[in-house]
Structures are given as C-alpha cells and as structure tokens.
Write a protein that binds this ligand. Structure first.
Ligand SMILES: CC(C)(COP(=O)(O)OP(=O)(O)OC[C@H]1O[C@@H](n2cnc3c(N)ncnc32)[C@H](O)[C@@H]1OP(=O)(O)O)[C@@H](O)C(=O)NCCC(=O)NCCS
Length: 270
C-alpha cells in the first residue's frame, strides 16, 4: 500500500496537506524548510526573507508556520505578512532537552497506564480503519493529525503512539517527528506533541504517560536530542502537562500564517 490518499480533517485542512506533500517533493533538499505531514514550514529565522518565504508558502499551501522564530522578530514578521493580506496566529514554542528525557523516564517509573489500555505504534501495516479512528479521536480533541504516510513513519522518521482500550477504541495519542533537514541547526530535534486524551478518560495521567513514552522512544530509537512543540497561549492544560516533562516555553515562537479565505479562524490546528 502507498497510503497516498490518507489525509484527514476538514476539506481545507485536507487541501493543505495534499499541497504540502507535493511541495515537499520540490523543497526537501533545502535545510530552510521542514515537512511534518501537515505543512511545509520554515525551520527557524532565515533572515530578511523570513516573512516573504512564509507568505509564499501560505499562498501556495493555504497555511504554513515558522518554527523557532525568535520572539523579538514576532512583531515585524507578523506586520509584514499581514500587509500581504494573510492572517497570523502565535504558538509559544516549547522545548525540552536531556532533562525532558530524564523526566520522561521518571514519569514512566512512577506511573502506569490504566490496566485496560495498551499502546500501539502506527506503522505501514496498521489497518487504514484504525488510522481513521485515530484521526477522528484526535480531531475531536481539536488537534489535526499528520498525513498517514508520516504517522506510519514512511515519509520521515517518527513515532506515532495510540493508547487503545480493550474494545479497540482509541483513547489517547502522542507523537514526534524528526522533521528537520540533516544540515539544519535543528537536525537532532523532533517536532513533538499531539497529546490528546478522549474526554471520558481525562485526569488519569494517560496523556502524560503517552507523552513520556514518546519522548523516551524518540531518544532511544531515533537519536533525538531535543523536542519542540507549539502551544496556543491560552492552552493552560497543555502548558501544565508539558511542564511535567520539562518541555518549557522558550525565547522563540511558532508563527502560523494562513490564507484567511481558507482559514477564517487563522489557525490550521490547535
Ligand atoms: C491536554 C490533555 C491531553 C490532557 O489529557 P489527560 O490525560 O487528562 O492529562 P493527564 O491526566 O495526563 O494530566 C497530566 C497533567 O497535565 C496537567 N493537566 C491536564 N489537564 C489539565 C487541565 N484541564 N487543566 C490544567 N492542567 C491540566 C496537570 O498538570 C496534570 O497533572 P495532575 O493530574 O497531577 O494535576 C487533554 O485535556 C486533551 O486532549 N485536551 C485537548 C487537546 C489538547 O489541547 N492537546 C494539547 C495540544 S498542544
């Protein structure tokens, strides 16, 4: 199977994912860009051209993000892309290094998943109906999943975890993708997160444990040495959870840039 058509979300989100996958085929050898299965993003500040690169990517795909944008550039880059008729949103760019790995190990020593849950890693042989159920549950939590080929670890190195109950129902998610070019300064980082938990099972440390497991696996299986994630400034639950894994606010942001005709809310995902 080639999973060429495994895209999820609203019609606009699916359009962006399809365009991103094609665009990635053109720019994958350029260390300034990164593809995580949702969009082609700009990986860090690329100098005077940052705003222009973001505007081009947003127009081509419908949406894009700048990862690792220094906070002092937030205003000037936003002003420039808004002048071009585009909409913006800001995520705190939270990061964790060795201490995050160590805290994740501690979490796994301290807590266990409820006994009815088991963990599955998405891969090439995962049944497409399971991937759809996974995407649905994560989507109901307000988070957009990646293209199937990325979640299955086909297009870029990565790990996508699902906690599943005894009846096969997807209960929680966590993931991380080593999506930065080998010559980028972020090459040993994974874009991490995707922490969700079914509304009926919240408050049982399920997302914490799955998040910890994903960090440990990224470190040990994929030689990741740093994780990063964008968190909306009002998502206090997510900040609190990430703090427990020592994934903390940094002096950088993730700047989302979208075509307002496609994304009236200005943001591709939570
Ligand atoms: C955020 C979310 C994943 C938490 O799932 P969960 O399994 O209930 O979380 P856990 O039980 O593992 O909580 C671990 C810690 O996270 C923090 N936390 C979780 N939910 C919280 C809430 N509603 N408010 C404040 N802190 C919260 C707490 O520090 C908690 O530790 P504690 O129980 O000792 O207080 C879940 O609420 C969710 O799916 N939300 C919607 C999706 C989302 O916003 N994901 C983050 C995307 S960036």
């Amino acid at each position: 199977m080639d999973f060429e058509d495994e895209y999820f979300g609203t019609a606009a989100q699916i359009t962006v994912s399809r365009r991103a996958r094609d665009l990635w085929k053109l720019v994958r050898n350029d260390p300034r860009f990164s593809y995580n299965g949702r969009i082609v993003a700009v990986a860090g500040d690329v100098g005077d051209e940052t705003a222009d690169k973001l505007a081009v990517l947003a127009r081509l795909q419908g949406s894009t993000t700048c990862h690792f944008l220094p906070k002092e550039k937030e205003e000037i880059v936003q002003r420039s892309v808004k002048k071009q008729g585009l909409a913006t949103n800001v995520w705190e760019f939270c990061k964790g290094g060795k201490l995050a790995y160590e805290m994740a190990q501690d979490v796994l020593t301290q807590y266990q998943l409820p006994s009815d849950l088991s963990v599955t890693t998405l891969c090439e042989s995962t049944d497409p109906s399971f991937v759809r159920d996974f995407a649905l549950m994560v989507g109901e939590c307000g988070v957009l999943v990646m293209a199937g080929r990325v979640m299955r670890g086909v297009d870029i190195p990565g790990i996508t975890l699902a906690a599943v109950d005894g009846s096969g129902k997807v209960i929680a998610s966590a993931w991380g993708y080593k999506c930065y070019h080998p010559q980028s300064p972020f090459s040993d980082h994974a874009f991490w997160g995707g922490l969700t938990c079914h509304v009926d099972r919240r408050g049982q440390k399920i997302a914490l444990i799955l998040g910890a497991l994903s960090i440990v696996q990224l470190w040990e299986k994929l030689d990741v040495r740093g994780v990063c994630t964008g968190i909306a400034r009002d998502n206090t639950a997510s900040f609190a959870l990430c703090e427990k894994l020592n994934v903390l606010k940094s002096d950088q942001i993730g700047l989302g840039v979208s075509d307002p005709k496609m994304f009236q809310g200005a943001t591709l995902t939570k």
